[in-house]
Design a protein around this ligand. Structure first.
Ligand code: SF4
Ligand code: SF4
Length: 110
């Protein structure tokens, strides 16, 4: 095969009709402040785990809305539960409770 100096990236398209939104419903019920997030990224910029592992808490918000639960399960283990993200959130999202809610939703759904 000819080496063009670049490669094709993996298809990241998601089918919303196939998304599993049970996770979103459980988490939203436990922590409604999820819905006031404006995606500013302050939480991710200050995240302790992010400095060591590339963990991206803002990305989890997007993944919940997309119903990409498997990726969330793998990523959530990286959180150190330090709470720094919550201190800097301009919208007052209760991020520590949100992370707890995500863990509980994983337990509920198996
Ligand atoms: S800091 Fe708050 S508003 Fe900004 S992305 Fe994080 S949760 Fe959303
Ligand atoms: S609680 Fe988790 S997501 Fe928030 S700053 Fe700490 S390690 Fe990052």
């Amino acid at each position: 095969m000819i080496d063009f100096g670049y490669t094709l990236t993996r298809d990241r398209q998601l089918d919303y009709d196939r998304g599993d939104f049970r996770f979103l419903r459980i988490v939203r019920a436990m922590e409604p402040s999820l819905d006031v997030c404006i995606g500013c990224g302050s939480c991710t910029a200050t995240c302790s785990a992010g400095h060591f592992t590339g963990f991206n808490i803002r990305k989890l918000h997007t993944l919940i809305q997309r119903g990409d639960n498997e990726t969330i399960k793998a990523e959530l283990k990286k959180c150190m539960f330090c709470g720094k993200c919550q201190l800097v959130c301009p919208r007052g999202v209760n991020l520590r409770n949100l992370i707890l809610a995500m863990n509980r939703a994983i337990e509920q759904l198996g």
